[in-house]
Design a protein around this ligand. Structure first.
Ligand code: SAM
Length: 285
């Protein structure tokens, strides 16, 4: 099958199947071979790797992944794309195409089935409307992962990288940095997609930590505190946390923890580092 990264080949397939783009599924297909090669190279895919691709579309990146990986699990929600994928990927036997909503799938079960539970690599040009639930879902369900290399909205890539004291700092930054090291690999112009999205994009690689940068007694509590702090980010930590109605988190407990940490009682969540959220969580657990 011809390389779909070449625009004329993509247009030919779209025409052959009379394909209608579905906006609700965030369908913007890549049509730039340099970007596709850059993603596969940046993700460091080898013949030892099992790759999960979320949203293969018509199979453009899947072709590159099948060429370079041991095995590819491609999960696509749009049933209209399945006959197209069966056609464009027909020459590859090292893949499975699953017609499902990735948010409803048990990815741990998939890694057990297709990679004996060993760490997989996630590579995707993500549907932007569900970037955060996809990334958080992979981390929070403790899927065995080496890395996640994904195309996201540029603004979201920036949010994953920033530290305290900036307006983009939030629950996503802290979760990403707790589990992984984020590196922006490239900025991608809207011209590299069909149809053209209204936003700039970036490819970000999240390399899972081998050793956690901070330790915390109760990870779930720490993320509950983080979410509560940023849900009301203009409020002080004390007010945001006590308003959230978290078990055993009272005004007195929070004030006492902040005092032990030498932090002012008026501090806001956006000023705390990941290590400080971990310490706070340990005091409150
Ligand atoms: N990988 C293709 C490419 O780069 O050309 C398509 C990328 S497009 C930005 C996102 C893809 O994700 C679409 O094919 C869309 O149908 C699919 N998708 C959207 N929501 C999904 C979901 N919940 N589960 C699985 N796939 C989804």
């Amino acid at each position: 099958m011809a390389n779909l990264g070449i625009p004329s080949n993509t247009f030919q397939i779209l025409e052959k199947y009379n394909f209608n783009f579905q906006k609700k599924f965030g369908q913007n297909f890549l049509i730039d071979t340099n970007i596709l090669e850059g993603i596969v190279k940046g993700a460091e895919i080898t013949k030892d790797d099992c790759v999960l691709e979320i949203g293969p579309g018509i199979g453009t990146m899947t072709q590159y992944l099948c060429e370079n990986a041991k095995f590819v699990i491609a999960v696509e929600i749009d049933k209209n794309l399945i006959p197209i994928l069966n056609d464009t990927l027909s020459e590859y036997s090292n893949k499975v195409i699953i017609n499902e909503d990735v948010l409803k799938l048990d990815i741990n079960e998939l890694t057990n089935k297709y990679n004996d539970g060993k760490p997989i690599k996630v590579v995707a040009n993500l549907p932007y409307y569900i970037t955060t639930p996809i990334i958080m879902g992979l981390f929070e369900s403790h899927v065995p992962l080496d890395s996640i290399t994904v195309m996201v909205q540029k603004e979201v890539a920036d949010r994953m990288k920033v530290g305290p004291g900036t307006k983009d700092y939030g629950a996503l930054s802290l979760a990403v940095q707790f589990y992984s090291r984020p590196d922006i690999l490239m900025i991608v112009s809207a011209n590299c997609f069909v149809p053209r999205p209204n936003v700039d994009s970036a490819v970000i690689k999240l390399t899972l930590h081998k050793e956690m940068p901070v330790t915390v007694k109760n990870e779930a509590l720490m993320f509950t505190l983080i979410r509560a702090a940023f849900n009301q980010r203009r409020k002080t930590m004390v007010n945001a946390l006590t308003n959230a109605g978290i078990n055993n988190v009272t005004k007195e407990n929070v004030l006492s923890a902040l005092e032990k940490m030498n932090l002012p009682a008026t501090i806001r969540g956006e000023a705390l580092t990941l290590a400080e959220f971990a310490t706070l969580s340990d005091y409150l657990s």
